[in-house]
Design a protein around this ligand. Structure first.
Ligand code: NOJ
Length: 550
């Protein structure tokens, strides 16, 4: 149905109106909503003001594996336009902004003996600009862009990298920790490790299938733990922040009810998520038993003298176990899993020994392997709750890709339906989710897919000399959600989330008062007139009204 949304801001206080039971669609008190980018994907300024070269500079300049042969040399130019980014964040009304620091912008060679003051200034300016606007910085120390010089020494396949990562982290805590209270050490070690497995995957594109992945995984896990312990010993008492890691999760749904397919699901969950999560969040620490047994057995059968899965020492197990204040979860999609049929199936990863598949009826997105499966988020949150003692979870990424249009209805549906599943996990299942992050603020460089797909709530106009940012329609809905702390019921209705007719009047909840939003006390009414839905927002202050049509 053709639908109009009309938002009218009135300088008036709202009236009290009866409303539907929307508790399931309301964010808990203190719940934080934010949005993310990463340095290489958005900053540009790749060789400016003393920045050193990193592995994505090298990979994008030299490898044939980026589909449009593009680079992040300029990207969204946030290195120069960060103030515009902060303006967009203010419009969105987010509580926090998750961004990453480019290691080689601060330490051009990766080592701490040479600090690039221009890089330090850039991040100080960004952090200060955020705080001035009452937006909390959530800082990722490493989002895939290792200084090239460290890669020349083996990169994450070399366990000594854990020492250099700790040195780098000490610089960050010392310089920014007075103002940054949310730290993510490493974003998505699973994908980073793939860069040490297949040349066409991610930078650095090392060809070491079956071995490089586990070496990198081992170093990334110990690196994270070293940094967590460093914070604990030297910084926490003064700075009082939180430190966690972001892991990439997909939900794996058994293809059938058979015991074999259920086991296949468990195997896939443990190999992809558990391999990184269990050493940190698991009761006993270390890799999951099923992973150790499987890789040890297959390695021996293949003629290796030692398992391809590098062992943790007992000391390392103890250091890594419990090295967290929260669990950072990236969730984009789900897949089906089933046990292989011994004679007919070709396995692409003999260690996992599971056959992955698609959902025939799922909505597709521009990234072909990211099918839209909102209910998978609820399932994975429940799996984490059960597996890791209901650890506090920050959803660190969740996002939808398309071709970049401004009228991005599908992105809004993705956003609302995923938030809805998350809130069911919170309210109905008792999952301890404390924050949600949409990926991404801006259209940006999507690694091997270059600029061919977009995740942003702001369109970036690369051909304009000012690299302008334009809000998409999802940005308006997102800003409604951050202000009202409620999901828009009409969107839930379209996505089949609520069955009752919401054409009568309901009132919106007052959002939690954080200083920057205290002015947003508002209520609204929603009604149907001649087949069109109208929403009238009555606010005590004006935010700049808008109208859009979908
Ligand atoms: C996860 C990665 O952290 C991020 O860099 C990427 O852009 C998104 N997934 C979307 O694929």
């Amino acid at each position: 149905m053709k639908r109009f949304w009309v938002y009218i801001n009135l300088i008036t206080s709202a009236w009290g109106i009866s409303h539907h039971n929307v508790s399931n669609h309301t964010f808990p008190t203190d719940f934080m909503i934010g949005i993310a980018t990463s340095a290489y994907q958005t900053e540009g300024g790749w060789n400016e003001s003393g920045k050193g070269v990193n592995i994505w500079d090298t990979f994008s300049h030299e490898s044939p594996w980026i589909v449009d042969r593009s680079t992040g040399d300029i990207a969204a130019d946030s290195y120069h336009l960060y103030r515009q980014d902060v303006e967009a964040l203010v419009q969105l009304g987010v509580d926090f902004y998750q961004f990453s620091i480019s290691w080689s912008r601060i330490l051009p060679t990766g080592f701490v003996n040479e600090v690039n003051q221009a890089g330090v200034d850039y991040y100080n300016n960004l952090i200060n600009e955020l705080l001035k606007n009452h937006i909390e910085p959530m800082v990722v120390m490493y989002h895939w862009d290792l200084p090239q010089q460290l890669q020349d020494l083996g990169g994450w396949a070399n366990p000594v990298m854990a020492d250099y990562f700790q040195d780098y982290a000490r610089v960050l805590f010392s310089m920014f920790g007075d103002r940054v209270k949310w730290w993510i050490t490493i974003s998505d070690p699973h994908s980073i490790s793939y860069g040490y497995s297949e040349p066409q995957s991610y930078a650095p594109g090392v060809n070491a299938s079956g071995v490089g992945y586990y070496l990198a995984a081992y170093t990334l896990i110990t690196s994270h733990a070293n940094v967590y312990r460093l914070y604990e010993q030297e910084f926490r008492s003064k700075q009082r922040g939180k430190v966690g890691i972001t892991l990439n999760g997909e939900w794996y749904e058994p293809k059938t009810d058979s015991q074999e397919d259920k086991q296949a699901t468990e195997m896939a969950m443990q190999f992809v998520l558990g391999l990184f999560a269990n050493p940190i969040y698991g009761l006993k620490g270390d890799y999951p038993d099923v992973v150790k047994n499987q890789v040890n057995r297959i390695s021996a059968a293949e003629g290796y003298h030692r398992s391809r899965l590098r062992k943790f020492s007992p000391d390392e197990i103890a250091t890594v176990k419990g090295a967290y204040d929260f669990f950072g979860l990236n969730y984009y999609t789900s897949r089906t899993t089933r046990a292989p049929k011994p004679t007919t199936d070709v396995k692409n990863n003999p260690d996992i020994n599971v056959i992955f598949g698609d959902f025939s009826n799922a909505t597709k997105s521009a990234v072909p392997y990211y099918e839209v499966v909102p209910w998978g988020l609820r399932k994975i949150l429940n799996w984490i709750k059960k597996e890791y003692k209901n650890v506090p979870v920050v959803i660190t990424e969740n996002g939808f890709s398309d071709d970049g249009k401004v009228n991005d209805t599908e992105r809004t549906k993705y956003l609302v339906s995923h938030m809805s599943e998350m809130l069911k996990a919170v309210h109905e299942d008792g999952c301890n989710v404390i924050a949600y992050t949409y990926w991404s603020l801006l259209d940006s460089f999507e690694w091997n897919l270059g600029y061919t797909v977009t995740f942003g709530m702001y369109q970036v106009n690369y051909s304009n000399p000012n690299i302008t940012r334009i809000p998409k329609s999802s940005a308006y809905v997102f800003s409604e959600i951050t202000r009202n702390r409620n999901l828009p019921l009409d969107y839930l209705k379209i996505t089949g989330e609520i069955s009752e007719d919401v054409t009568d009047i309901y009132s919106l909840q007052h959002r939690n008062s954080t200083p920057h939003h205290s002015a947003a006390s508002c209520k609204g009414i929603f009604f149907n007139y001649s087949g069109f839905y109208f929403y009238v927002w009555l606010a005590t202050v004006t935010y700049g009204g808008y109208i859009f049509i979908s």
